[in-house]
Ligand binder design. Structure first.
Ligand code: FES
Length: 111
């Protein structure tokens, strides 16, 4: 596990449901807001092929890949809809008292 990395101020993130991408130590990490307003951090690359999950749709706690429709649980990284069968890495996201969004990479292997 790495040290927490500051991504941005929380009020710099969109307030609507959806995802954006951050480059954290050379790793593309999606920062997504779910339907409840909670934030999640996970690897941006779909495990089925090399496309950005942040360009997909968020529904509830799921994000759907725009290319073939795989859905991943943003809290666990588990695929819940084929064709993807391999989980994506999820990372720990916190917002500190100053309103900074911090992400700790739980899986530091390169993707
Ligand atoms: S590339 Fe994401 S489901 Fe195929």
């Amino acid at each position: 596990m790495s040290e927490p990395i500051r991504v941005c101020a929380v009020d710099e993130l969109p307030t609507t449901v959806g995802a954006v991408v951050a480059d954290l130590d050379g790793r593309r990490v999606a920062i997504a807001r779910d339907s409840e307003g909670s934030l999640h951090a996970f690897d941006d690359t779909c495990s089925h092929a090399n496309v950005s999950l942040a360009e997909g749709e968020v529904e509830g706690q799921l994000i759907e890949c725009w290319l073939h429709g795989s859905q991943f649980d943003m809290t666990t990284g588990e695929p819940v809809q084929l064709p993807a069968t391999v989980p994506i890495a999820v990372h720990t996201l916190t917002v500190d008292e100053d309103g900074s969004v911090l992400v700790t990479l739980n899986d530091t292997t390169r993707v």
